[in-house]
Design a protein around this ligand. Structure first.
Ligand code: MG
Ligand code: ZN
Length: 352
């Protein structure tokens, strides 16, 4: 009898330990173009501290695409979302133009809630890679129409034009309404929606840069979490700091700092959420580095640095990976950018 009791206790203990290791929710955060130097620029300017320092599981992601040493955000996003290396410019497809299912689509198929929050047109390469399947990132109207083929619960960003002023005369906002989506055109309207589905199209094209955008990214992120966590089965949320990339294309170190600190503030809020909701896995990475950015000189006490760039385009170097929460240890060391999808499918025990 005593033996049976001990075995039962042992099994319960194993189950508890095991359950703690399995995430229910995933928040996947992408800093577009965000390399080590971009992060360090934000850290120096912020007085030698960032929310990102709360991550204890760190790794590196190899970003090369199927046809280029240096990826674009289409192939980079597709690798992260769909687990395949593809040609630069392609969205959610293999190099031979076959649709590849994204982690967002797999989670949705398994009954989890899904969402995306970005600071750019929703049809831009990074968010598009998680939901659309098109041979070119330039097919933004086709990408917008792909949103209607899914049951994504929440998306907040820009891109109203691609949904409403279309060459095919479809009004996708009306079609979303018919599919029971709440439509929000402002952040205040977003904040009023507490359940159901939400399409937040806050700008005609891209959302404005920092500081004009204010707290759009952190606030929209918290609004999305508030809706998505109504689902007991869990959720997958992709968040993108889209404009770090653009500041780096412009070789504008000051603007890189502003965009990195906006994403870092958002990351801090997500980490606070994950501390409270212990079944939440948070991953931060980049699709590629932009600018070949570095800092030959600086002064930590004065929160200053001198920035230098080696290109106005992307570079091919490794980008960092940070993970927090149950399963975080699976995202340490060196990894291919195609490894995230299958690791998440395993961790969430999804049927593929
Ligand atoms: Mg992007
Ligand atoms: Zn770029």
């Amino acid at each position: 009898m005593r033996k049976i009791k001990l075995v039962a206790i042992f099994i319960i203990a194993i189950t508890v330990v095991y359950a703690q290791k399995q995430p229910k929710n995933v928040v996947f955060i992408i800093g577009d173009g965000m390399g080590i130097a971009h992060i360090y620029a934000g850290m120096v300017a912020n007085g030698n501290q960032l929310q990102m320092e709360r991550f204890k599981n760190l790794g590196f992601s190899k970003t090369y695409s199927s046809n280029n040493f240096t990826t674009d955000s289409g192939a980079g996003g597709t690798a992260l979302a769909c687990g395949v290396k593809t040609k630069n410019g392609m969205i959610g497809m293999t190099p031979d133009s076959v649709a590849a299912e994204s982690i967002l689509e797999v989670t949705e198929k398994n009954g989890l809630s899904t969402g995306m929050v970005t600071t750019c047109d929703m049809t831009h390469a990074t968010p598009a890679s998680f939901i659309a399947h098109q041979v070119s990132r330039k097919m933004t109207q086709e990408i917008a129409a792909d949103f209607l083929k899914t049951d994504i619960d929440v998306f907040i960003g820009g891109g109203r034009k691609n949904f409403e002023k279309r060459d095919d005369n479809r009004n996708l906002t009306n079609e979303l309404k018919a599919k029971n989506y709440n439509i929000a055109y402002t952040l205040d309207e977003v904040k009023k929606i507490k359940s159901g589905k939400l399409a937040g199209l806050l700008d005609d094209e891209h959302n404005p840069p920092m500081p004009e955008r204010g707290d759009m990214l952190p606030d929209a992120t918290m609004a999305a979490l508030d809706i998505l966590d109504n689902n007991k089965k869990g959720f997958f949320l992709m968040i993108e700091g889209s404009q770090i990339d653009w500041a780096a294309h412009n070789n504008d170190a000051g603007q890189i700092v502003k965009e990195v600190l906006d994403l870092d503030k958002t990351i801090g809020k997500v980490l606070d959420y994950a501390v409270k909701n212990k079944n939440t896995l948070v991953i931060v990475t980049a699709d590629h580095e932009t600018g070949g950015f570095t800092m030959p000189k600086g002064n930590m006490a004065k929160k200053e640095f001198t920035g230098a760039f080696s290109t106005k385009d992307h570079s091919g170097v490794l980008v960092p990976v940070f993970a927090f929460g149950p399963g975080a240890e699976n995202f340490t060391g060196f990894m291919e950018n195609t490894s995230f999808k299958n690791k998440l499918i395993k961790l969430l025990k999804l049927k593929n």
